[in-house]
Design a protein around this ligand. Structure first.
Ligand code: HEC
Ligand code: HEC
Ligand code: HEC
Ligand code: HEC
Ligand code: HEC
Ligand code: HEC
Length: 357
């Protein structure tokens, strides 16, 4: 610093020496009287601190650790056979790296879908000819996150740099229906059904009959169950308290009570329940397990379900039985044991039982 100052002084000295020696003295500007003081500026916002609340190792460390525990990161395993007939085990995103599946099951497929790009297709079976490069297709940070749409968090809110967080989701099974759930829209994109409930005719069942894994969004919304007429009224869509007062993100990504829940583990955290269930969170939906067991027995009696394979049979059944089977499979695939929408789940069960008793 000192050296710099000394050099500056030398330079200035030479400058004034040069001016002095110059013959055009009248060009030297003469300072006028001092102006009035300016008004005080407003205090600046410390931009770095604001960014660092999320962009610091201290903050993202625990997020990465919780993500690593999640099923999105770990993926489940699936046994299948390869081209030469040998049994092999694949992770979900490898097993489903094919046409019709990539938009929810592979990272790049989801990104292309959200961007409105044409989805790549595999040229053969999933095993040898994946649609997307194999290996790194698990759902990761950059699947759900992209970049901020604005840095004016004060006026525009913080979008958590979500790739698709704020556009209502048009359902894959019903282009006229949109689900709007704030940042939980991200979840709705993938956790929605792929098939719709049959309404007429005799139906040939199979172990693929049903909405397909992931009907959580529609159950929470209170739609797309088979609304068999019966003595228990169905609550209106969007009316469930778990929908109006909570969302996927509040229950599954709330502040963790221990490292293994909430946040980016996506395991429901008890912290999210006690805000409403102050007197203690109910552990189950009243009557759910018993009603599911009754419905299963009735489906077995109608030849629709096998307790040996634990799946639907391939029987052809009347529409009422098919619809009851739909409700059974939908509630099973939802995996929350009715918690997502207790009143709707109970009505579906009661009316299904009544219809095929
Ligand atoms: C409420 C949390 C939050 C705040 C505050 C925040 N960000 Fe982000 N930002 C995120 C998330 C989440 C992501 C996506 C995941 C990731 O990259 O960690 C992201 C991503 C980004 C990315 C893209 C990442 C990349 O690698 O290209 C940039 C750039 C960025 N933020 C800059 C900023 C700046 C600058 C600020 C302050 C003005 C800021 N962010 C404040 C949450 C936040
Ligand atoms: C890109 C699609 C996609 C998005 C977005 C997504 N999920 Fe998932 N999610 C999946 C898939 C696929 C699985 C199953 C992975 C497996 O079994 O290997 C899964 C698994 C899960 C599981 C574990 C289920 C189990 O059987 O144990 C939970 C809980 C979950 N997701 C919640 C959420 C929530 C909450 C959001 C929104 C913040 C979300 N997911 C966003 C596709 C997605
Ligand atoms: C609309 C999005 C979507 C599409 C399209 C989709 N899936 Fe899924 N799938 C999911 C979600 C979400 C889950 C996880 C649900 C859960 O665990 O509750 C899942 C779960 C699964 C599982 C079960 C994982 C397990 O062990 O629990 C299999 C197997 C599967 N999907 C296969 C497929 C196949 C094969 C295709 C294409 C023919 C496909 N999926 C298309 C969203 C989708
Ligand atoms: C399945 C989708 C999904 C994946 C994968 C995902 N996030 Fe997020 N993340 C979200 C959503 C949704 C929110 C907004 C939660 C809310 O509304 O409170 C969020 C919020 C955040 C935030 C801001 C809130 C906070 O807790 O500070 C950060 C930072 C963040 N994510 C970082 C990451 C990082 C790092 C990864 C990878 C290790 C990751 N996310 C993976 C969906 C995802
Ligand atoms: C009222 C709180 C609440 C809301 C809202 C909620 N969930 Fe859940 N969810 C739960 C509980 C509780 C379970 C049961 C967890 C268990 O039994 O391990 C569950 C189960 C699940 C499962 C199966 C997890 C497993 O381990 O088998 C998935 C996937 C899931 N929810 C996704 C979602 C999605 C997507 C949304 C939004 C459309 C959502 N949830 C909304 C509380 C909630
Ligand atoms: C926004 C407030 C709110 C939150 C948050 C909430 N609940 Fe609920 N919950 C309710 C209300 C109100 C009912 C009763 C009405 C109904 O069935 O929809 C209920 C019903 C239930 C039931 C059914 C009880 C029965 O006797 O059938 C269960 C189980 C349940 N909640 C579990 C949970 C869990 C677990 C969480 C946290 C992951 C949670 N709830 C979060 C408000 C909430």
């Amino acid at each position: 610093m000192k050296a710099v100052k000394q050099i500056m002084l030398v330079v200035l000295g030479l400058f004034f020496f040069a001016l002095q020696g110059c013959s055009h003295e009248d060009y030297i500007p003469v300072p006028g009287p001092a102006g009035a003081d300016g008004t005080n500026g407003t205090n600046g916002i410390d931009g770095t601190t604001e960014c660092a609340t999320c962009h610091s190792k201290a903050h993202t460390g625990p997020i990465k650790a919780s993500y690593a525990l999640s099923v999105h990161a770990i993926e489940t395993l699936h046994e299948t056979t390869n081209a030469s007939g040998a049994t092999i085990t694949l992770k979900t995103s490898e097993y489903t790296n094919r046409t019709g599946c990539v938009q929810c099951h592979t990272s790049q497929g989801y990104i292309d879908k959200v961007n409105g790009d044409v989805l790549k297709t595999g040229t053969g079976t999933a095993l040898g000819f994946p649609a997307y490069p194999g290996g790194k297709q698990a759902i990761s940070c950059t699947t759900c996150h992209d970049k901020h749409s604005s840095f004016d968090f004060k006026n525009d809110g913080n979008d958590f740099a979500l790739r698709q967080g704020f556009t209502p989701v048009v359902l894959a099974t019903d282009a006229s229906y949109k689900i709007e759930m704030g940042t939980s829209n991200t979840c709705v994109n993938c956790h929605q059904p792929r098939a719709i409930v049959p309404t007429t005719g005799d139906i040939k069942l199979s172990n693929r009959f049903g909405p397909h894994y992931g009907p959580q969004s529609t159950l929470l919304e209170g739609i797309q169950g088979a609304l068999i007429v019966g003595s228990t009224p169905y609550p209106a869509p969007k009316s469930a308290k778990h929908r109006t007062g909570a969302s996927c993100v509040t229950c599954h990504m709330g502040k963790d009570s221990e490292a293994t829940n909430g946040a980016h583990t996506w395991k429901p955290t008890p912290n999210a329940c006690t805000t409403c269930h102050a007197g203690g969170t109910p552990t189950s939906v009243t009557g759910y397990a018993a009603d599911m067991a009754t419905l299963e027995e009735l489906l077995v009696a109608k030849g629709a379900y096998s307790t040996t394979t634990n799946s639907l049979t391939t029987a052809t059944v009347p529409i009422k039985v098919a619809q009851a089977a739909w409700n059974y499979v939908m509630l099973k695939q939802d995996k929350s044991n009715g918690v997502h929408n207790p009143a709707y789940a109970k009505a579906l069960l009661k009316n299904s039982i009544e219809a095929i008793k």
